[in-house]
Ligand binder design. Structure first.
Ligand SMILES: *Cc1c(COP(=O)(O)O)cnc(C)c1O
Length: 393
């Protein structure tokens, strides 16, 4: 199929849920990716924080190919080694006690919410079902995770959503405490760095304050680390930057480096909440996805995380205060750039000049591979800087 056919056939046969860029990608290696005309791009988007070590990373490919050629799927009716090794690795690295595997971020959050409600039902009474989330959050597209998502724009035309969700302003401890006092609350869910909301890290005092409040009111503390987890912020999980210990951590996106895998990590408080039949997934913990995730996690060591922080500082240094750039926000390699010009126009210009970046609200969002070479990163940042700074013609 030539280019026009791919685009036209996509429009004809695929539901129109995405406003795709006018590019067909065919092949990638590391932080470079090529379109069907052979044009090369430096990729600072990584499939929305999914390709943790870029495209076709050798170690990742090797793990995936070996597992695919050995045992690709069994269902969860049997024991298999990769998901067991992965679960142990996740628990040892986080201090969490148990893992439930699923296939996406939304599902990882569904599991987190079920854990919080079941804990509350068993320990406080079934009427303690309210889940408190933050305004401007994003937790997924299922009807329940939409209910958790504190942005009306995503709710429109899909109501009624799952009841029992309340959202409060971020960085306002008193607002959350008032809900804890006046409503029957099961859990509190936050993104340490709001991704889709515009790459906004929560205030450090707020994160630690909410952890304290959750303990005080026996509310299950859940961190949605779907986007900010897996090394993205320079810590294995973003909550680790703040020295808190959540009761539940959900993650997905970068976990398996490009294959669909969700994980919900359960801490001591909710470790024993799930019993046979209370939750499940056909694909969850699939051996190929689990093998991929092991190959990623094993490389997210202190040395790599230090490099993430250094590359992050390089981005802040190169972009902050430049002409056309109003602000640079974010943590680690999860960065939002507020440009004077419309972000969409800057993104388009970058693409023309061989750099892939994406949008978060009204910002240009950067989510490069964690191992992007410095020279490629600098080259891409110069393209972005010029795109943001050029006079409009
Ligand atoms: C992307 C994202 C989700 C949803 O993940 P899917 O895999 O698309 O279901 C949930 N929470 C956050 C913070 C995300 O960034």
């Amino acid at each position: 199929m030539n280019r026009l056919n791919i685009k036209r056939t996509d429009i004809e046969y695929i539901a129109h849920t995405y406003a795709r860029f006018d590019v067909t990608l065919v092949r990638g290696k590391g932080s470079l990716v090529w379109d069907e005309q052979g044009k090369e791009y430096i990729d600072l988007a990584t499939g929305i924080a999914v390709n943790t070590f870029g495209y076709a990373d050798d170690l990742w490919v090797d793990s995936v190919a070996k597992q695919a050629a050995t045992l690709q799927h069994t269902s969860n009716l049997y024991y298999t080694e990769p998901c067991v090794r992965l679960a142990k690795l996740l628990c040892l690295r986080t201090g969490m006690k148990k893992v439930f595997f699923s296939n996406s971020g939304a599902e990882a959050n569904e599991c987190a919410i079920k854990a919080a409600r079941k804990y509350a039902a068993e320990h406080k009474g079934a009427e303690f079902s309210t889940i408190v989330t933050l305004n401007n959050s994003f937790h997924g597209r299922t009807l329940t995770t939409l209910a958790a998502t504190g942005q009306e724009v995503f709710h429109k035309d899909f109501t009624p959503l799952t009841p029992g969700f309340v959202s409060v302003p971020a960085n306002d401890l008193a607002a959350a405490e008032e809900v804890f006092q006046t409503q029957k609350v099961a859990g509190f869910l936050m993104e340490i760095v709001q991704g889709e909301g515009g790459v906004l890290p929560l205030d450090s005092d707020y994160v630690t304050g909410m952890a304290k409040l959750c303990k005080q009111y026996d509310v299950v503390l859940m961190c949605d680390e779907v986007q900010c987890g897996n090394g993205r912020t320079g810590a294995l999980y973003a909550y680790m930057n703040y020295g808190i210990q959540p009761d539940v951590v959900s993650t997905a996106k970068g976990l398996a480096g490009g294959l669909p895998l969700g994980a919900t990590l359960l801490g001591e408080k909710v470790e024993h909440i799930f019993t046979p039949g209370s939750h499940g997934s056909t694909f969850g913990g699939n051996p190929v996805c689990a093998a991929a995730a092991i190959s990623i996690l094993e490389r997210l060591d202190d040395n790599l995380l230090k490099k993430v922080k250094r590359k992050s500082a390089l981005i802040f240094d190169m972009l902050t205060g430049q002409p056309g750039i109003e602000a640079v926000d974010g943590l680690g390699l999860m960065i939002g750039v507020k440009t004077k010009k419309d972000a969409g126009a800057v993104i388009q210009k970058c693409m023309e000049n061989g750099v892939l970046v994406i949008k978060a609200k009204d910002k240009v969002r950067l989510l490069p591979a964690l191992n992007i070479p410095d020279d490629l990163l600098k080259e891409a940042l110069i393209v972005l800087k010029n795109a943001a700074g050029e006079e409009e013609t």
